[in-house]
Design a protein around this ligand. Structure first.
Ligand code: ATP
Length: 579
């Protein structure tokens, strides 16, 4: 397949931003692709070379890309920089500079999708002495054969800034449309993706073996599984009305770990599929001792525990274990307890389709008694009263609350459903829950804060249907001086000249930033507001009243922020509480 076909579709995507239209365009590409091209096509559509957990980073710094553009265009690096500054985008700068060049020479060969992918892979994996020069040359080789539009796409790909609406969700729609003509196969494709986190694998299985092949996809050790998420209800009564007899487990407030084991190899992934194995040597050792299976994938919440007081330590203490340096010393100072709550795969068997009751029984059989890993405490609640007293017991033991679990539901990978329902002690105070919001901009401080160059954040909830971030508050309180300095530093690195396409906002902050960081925010209540775009109907949106910064959620991706639907749910829960 010619790379130009993909580059043209990308160009149209940027122009229309209408998901329905570009899904059809992308679907035509998949329908035309050879089976051997489908995997690469899926990755490139997604702006990646391999799934995130493989640890391959396409990100090439501006400097390196500028050198390649300079080599091919015959302009000096300084001239390239000048055009870059004027355009605000290096891809567009490459397009302009190479446009002038291609008017002079017509020697380029057509670039195939395979060639682009393979060269980029070599760029991403080149290492050691002389690797910088190799990268510059490999990239220049592609650019010298690229049309101006292809050059723009290639430069954006290497910068990791192919920021169009082709998230995994769109690729999944596209695959379904390519074969079935509509989105009817989407759910099954999504399930396979949620179990493997590998869009290329799903696309390839689908094109080679059809939907039956996709149905047979099961968890694979060391491919992270997208986590199941919990719905919320305001009280034990409401939960019991919804689920009837159900299980309830303690809600431990720590770090969610997904633990994979095959033989002696153990890997630990975070909630957002990052590899964290090296941070938890104590847990790795415990897994080897305490897991009675050759291969297993299970989840648990890791909490730092104070052996003297026999109390759980707060999240802020546990999170200190998420570090790159001084790992051994911290492990001694803050030993972790892992409360296992889900078994998803064991010795070739996919447990995700089994009901909770069976998964839990197998989990109990697989975890041997030991010091580090134990089962999350649970009960079977036969009444709302039993749920409530378990909740009270958990809260007095220092837990955050409970998670009720539907006894007959499968594991709902990657989705927030009512198979799990959380009930937290914070629901009884102020706003029912804190919100995790994505930062889309920041304000330069006034008065005393000018010295930090930081005065507050513009924060947004996530709308998964349109892949859009919609603002819900400006946050000006809760920051220490240290935090302000840290935010200024972090955010200035991801500043962009204009509002990102996937941000929907009426307010204009001092600086826009790429949606990347998530912050946890508390507030007094949710109110209607004309200045925010979250859940907007007519000219009224929803906004947080008196929002306060709580913490940075380094364990969440921007798309893991509280969704608009959840903000609406919280708004409605608040209405119920106030009668
Ligand atoms: P929160 O900020 O409330 O933890 P979240 O968005 O991280 O929410 P939710 O789906 O809302 O995730 O709540 C489930 C989270 O609770 C899980 O991600 C997990 O980290 C934690 N947890 C603690 N104990 C359990 C348990 N027994 N079963 C499942 N999840 C648990």
């Amino acid at each position: 397949m010619d790379f130009s076909l993909l580059a043209e579709v990308f160009e149209r995507i940027e122009a229309t931003r209408k998901r329905l239209e570009y899904t059809k365009e992308l679907a035509k590409l998949f329908a035309a692709a050879k089976p051997s091209e489908v995997r690469r096509l899926a990755y490139l559509c997604n702006g990646i070379l391999l799934p995130q957990h493989e640890g391959i980073d396409l990100g090439v710094g501006d400097k390196l890309a500028e050198q390649s553009i300079s080599l091919v265009s015959g302009k000096s690096v300084k001239e390239v920089e000048t055009v870059f500054r004027r355009k605000g985008d290096l891809g567009e700068a490459a397009q302009e500079l190479l446009h002038k060049k291609t008017q002079l020479t017509l020697s380029a060969h057509a670039l195939s999708l395979e060639k682009v992918y393979d060269n980029l892979m070599r760029v991403a994996t080149a290492s050691g002495v002389g690797s910088q020069e190799t990268k510059v040359k490999l990239l220049a080789e592609l650019l010298s054969n690229a049309s101006p539009n292809e050059a723009r796409v290639i430069v954006r790909l290497v910068q990791g800034s192919l920021r169009m609406g082709v998230g995994e969700s769109t690729v999944l729609d596209t695959l379904s449309v390519a074969k079935a003509g509509d989105k009817s196969l989407r759910e099954e494709l999504e399930r396979a993706f949620n179990l493997t986190s590998d869009i290329g694998l799903v696309a390839e299985s689908f094109f080679e073996k059809g939907i039956d092949g996709v149905r047979k996809v099961k968890p694979i050790p060391f491919n992270p599984i997208r986590p199941a998420l919990a719905g919320r209800l305001p009280g034990a009564k409401e939960i019991f009305e919804k689920l009837g007899e159900c299980a309830a487990e303690g809600k431990y407030d720590g770090l969610r770990l997904a633990i994979h084991k095959s033989g002696e190899r153990v890997e630990i992934f975070s909630r957002k599929q990052e590899k964290m194995t090296h941070m938890f040597p104590d847990v790795v050792t415990a897994v080897r001792k305490q897991v009675r299976a050759r291969e297993a994938i299970f989840e648990g919440e890791a909490v730092a525990f104070d052996e003297c007081t026999k109390r759980f330590l707060p999240f802020q203490e546990t999170i200190q274990r998420k570090r790159k340096h001084g790992v051994g010393a911290k492990a001694k100072e803050l030993p972790l307890h892992v409360f296992a709550f889900e078994l998803l795969y064991c010795d070739g068997k996919d447990l995700t389709r089994l009901p909770y009751s069976e998964r839990r029984a197998e989990l109990a059989a697989v975890i041997k008694q030991g010091e580090t890993i134990e089962l999350a405490k649970n009960i079977i609640a036969k009444s709302a009263l039993a749920l409530k007293s378990f909740f009270d017991e958990c809260v007095s033991a220092g837990l955050e609350g409970i998670i009720a679990k539907d006894l007959s539901a499968p594991y709902t990978a990657g989705t927030r459903k009512f198979a799990w329902i959380k009930l937290k002690k914070s629901y009884q105070t102020e706003l029912a829950d804190s919100l995790d919001l994505t930062i889309v901009g920041y304000y330069i401080g006034k008065g005393k804060r000018t010295q930090f160059g930081f005065g507050g954040l513009l924060a947004a909830a996530y709308g998964p249907r349109e892949n859009s971030f919609r603002t819900v508050c400006k946050i000006g309180t809760g920051f220490s001086e240290e935090r302000m300095k840290e935010f200024k530093q972090m955010l200035s690195e991801i500043e962009v000249a204009k509002k990102p396409d996937n941000v929907d906002s009426v307010l204009v902050p001092s600086k826009w930033v790429k949606p990347r960081y998530v912050v946890s925010v508390t507030a007094d209540e949710i109110t209607q507001s004309p200045t925010h775009t979250c859940c907007r109907k007519g000219n009224q949106g929803l906004a947080l009243r008196f929002p306060r910064f709580k913490e940075l959620r380094t364990d969440k991706n921007p798309e893991d922020a509280t969704t608009e639907d959840e903000v609406m749910e919280l708004y409605e829960m608040q209405g119920q509480k106030n009668g």
